[in-house]
Design a protein around this ligand. Structure first.
Ligand SMILES: [Fe+2]
Length: 251
């Protein structure tokens, strides 16, 4: 009798064990399926993140293009400034490359050259186009344009270095510039390059108050500014790269 109880108990244990085993197998399979679903969801969300990043970049570039359009429209209103930013950008790229700046960085400097005066959009027309000298108050307004320009491009993550270049394009080597009165090499290299290109283009363009300067006078004037308002080495490079008319052809 005792033997048959033992056997039936053993059988019952065996059945329990089997059912336990089956249950655990089923759980394992469920777990595997859940893991698989999780893996799939993870891969999908990674793909979404990549797509989103691409869309975000495309959007930022579209905004950048719109800002370029805006800068061009602003410039085109005035015969004296038409094409100025494009010439500054082309020359800034040449000077940057001549200074040994890597091409990708030279591209950012050129883009900053295209947008350097965008902040002038915030300056009233009567101040911007005033023929005579500006009053102290008008100068205060005028001097805000590098900060306004940097603020406009600030949301463009890929253009963070460009925003800094825009902000400091009116700093001067001797510290007498604006908005922060930086001096010498404390002024970002890109800003120093855009400043040289900006001055060169102003000297070689007709203005309401004077015709464009001859090559000789331009070189003399640039040399005089080197070490005073402009970076000496970059001024020399600017004179060199424009020597054979390469900058004019590049435009
Ligand atoms: Fe400017």
């Amino acid at each position: 009798m005792a033997g048959s109880v033992g056997l039936s108990q053993a059988l019952s244990y065996a059945r329990d064990l089997k059912s336990l085993y089956e249950t655990s197998r089923a759980r394992e399979r469920e777990l595997e399926q859940a893991q698989e679903r999780l893996r799939h969801a993870y891969a999908q969300s990674r793909q979404y993140a990549v797509d989103l990043r691409k869309t975000y970049r495309r959007l930022q570039h579209a905004i950048f293009q719109s800002l370029l359009g805006l800068a061009n429209a602003l410039e085109a209103k005035d015969a004296y400034t038409r094409g100025h930013s494009e010439r500054v950008a082309a020359l800034a790229r040449q000077v940057a490359l001549a200074a040994g700046v890597p091409p990708a960085e030279a591209d950012i400097i050129a883009q900053a050259g295209l947008l350097h005066d965008l902040g002038k959009i915030g300056i009233p027309e009567h101040v911007l186009r005033k023929a005579g000298p500006l009053s102290a108050e008008e100068w205060t307004v005028m001097r805000r344009h590098p900060i306004v320009g940097a603020q406009i491009v600030a949301p463009l993550e890929f253009f963070a270095d460009g925003a800094i270049i825009v902000r400091h394009h009116h700093e001067r080597h001797d510290g007498s510039g604006y908005p922060d009165g930086l001096r010498g090499e404390r002024i970002p290299l890109g800003s120093r390059i855009v400043a040289v290109a900006d001055v060169y283009d102003a000297l070689t363009s007709d203005r309401p108050y004077r015709p464009r300067l001859s090559r000789e006078d331009t070189v003399r004037q640039l040399r005089a500014e080197g070490g005073r308002t402009l970076d000496v080495r970059l001024t020399t490079l600017c004179i060199q790269v424009t020597d054979d008319g390469a900058a004019e052809r590049a435009i």
